[in-house]
Design a protein around this ligand. Structure first.
Ligand code: PYC
Length: 310
């Protein structure tokens, strides 16, 4: 299996160029459902140690349905298939440029959540124009064991987010283990209480927002991913969901740009335009760097051919 690894603001992406499963030629949502149901062993073997690493997101290249798109892509982590992935899309664009498959400028990419646009301004810097994002519930109260009542917004940015602002504790690297446990408990409590999307979609990510001491930085976030790792980047889909909340609150006007930092301090520049359905069309600018070109091998006698289960 031929893969190229990159990181976006510290968050790893593994683009699978060949050797992935055949998911047919239907709509990408159907192909993503097929990956989730029938190919768990594939995505765990590629994401889990010893071949993968914590927090890694896979990007399986597939034929797009829309011929205007340079590729189709289905994202996944060690635990779940994702609707969309912002840092992964920045990593994908930089990887395709590295391979000479695309040039600088604007290109469309098809994801299960819809068509997004990547704009490469240099070999590492990419602006993603995401699918329309929206807040669906404001100030939902959830009773969380050992934390009491936690209040958060439910918003969609290509994945489903429970966004808590302000975070109950400071968003700092030293607090990552505690933030992780708190966010896992919030996600479990929200899902147990039936808090989620309009059609009962479960919460898959939790965002904890904090202020920044740096006047150039609007805020810092901690983002919990489905595989219980934290996003090293500020999370493109989470930032999109957050932009939808800021817009709905009237706290950010269309076109104004803010800098959002992750818990490790890596930045995205964010802005939005009003969407056609009452939400926002987010733009996310970040940088990615290719880290490795690898051929993964899966020996039939290898006891960890399928990875170490998480
Ligand atoms: O950047 O959208 C994102 C993302 C989702 C999960 C990890 N990163």
């Amino acid at each position: 299996m031929h893969v190229i690894d990159s990181h976006t603001g510290g968050e790893p992406t593994r683009v699978i160029l060949s050797g992935g499963p055949d998911l047919g030629s239907g709509p990408l949502q159907d192909r993503a459902a097929c990956l989730a149901q029938d190919h768990v062993a594939f995505y765990q073997s590629v994401m889990c140690e010893p071949r993968g690493q914590p927090a890694m997101v896979g990007a399986l290249l597939v034929e797009p349905v829309d011929p205007d798109c340079v590729t189709g892509v289905i994202y996944f982590d060690a635990d779940a298939v994702l609707g969309m992935c912002g840092h992964g899309t920045i990593g994908l664009a930089v990887t395709l440029y590295h391979l000479g498959r695309i040039g600088l400028g604007s290109h469309k990419v098809e994801t299960p959540a819809g068509v997004v646009v990547v704009d490469l301004s240099d070999a590492h810097t990419v602006t993603v124009t995401n699918i329309e994002s929206r807040r669906v519930h404001q100030a939902v109260e959830v009773s969380v064991p050992d934390q009491g009542t936690v209040t958060g917004d439910v918003a969609y940015g290509g994945n489903w987010f429970f966004i808590v602002d302000p975070s109950p504790i400071a968003v700092t690297p030293a607090n990552i283990p505690v933030l992780t446990q708190m966010a896992i408990a919030m996600r479990e409590a929200a899902n147990a209480a039936g808090v989620g999307g309009e059609r009962g979609e479960p919460i898959d990510h939790v965002v904890l927002q904090d202020q920044s001491d740096d006047p150039e930085v609007h805020s810092r976030n901690f983002v919990l991913c489905p595989d219980d790792t934290y996003d090293r980047s500020p999370c493109g889909t989470g930032s999109s969901a957050r932009l939808a909340c800021l817009a709905a609150d009237g706290s950010l006007v269309p076109g104004d740009e803010i800098v959002q930092q992750s818990v490790i301090g890596s930045p995205y520049r964010l802005s939005y335009q009003p969407g056609p359905n009452g939400g926002v069309i987010p733009t996310i600018t970040g940088q990615a760097f290719v880290t490795a070109e690898t051929t993964l091998m899966f020996h039939p006698c290898d006891p960890y051919q399928r990875g170490i289960p998480i």
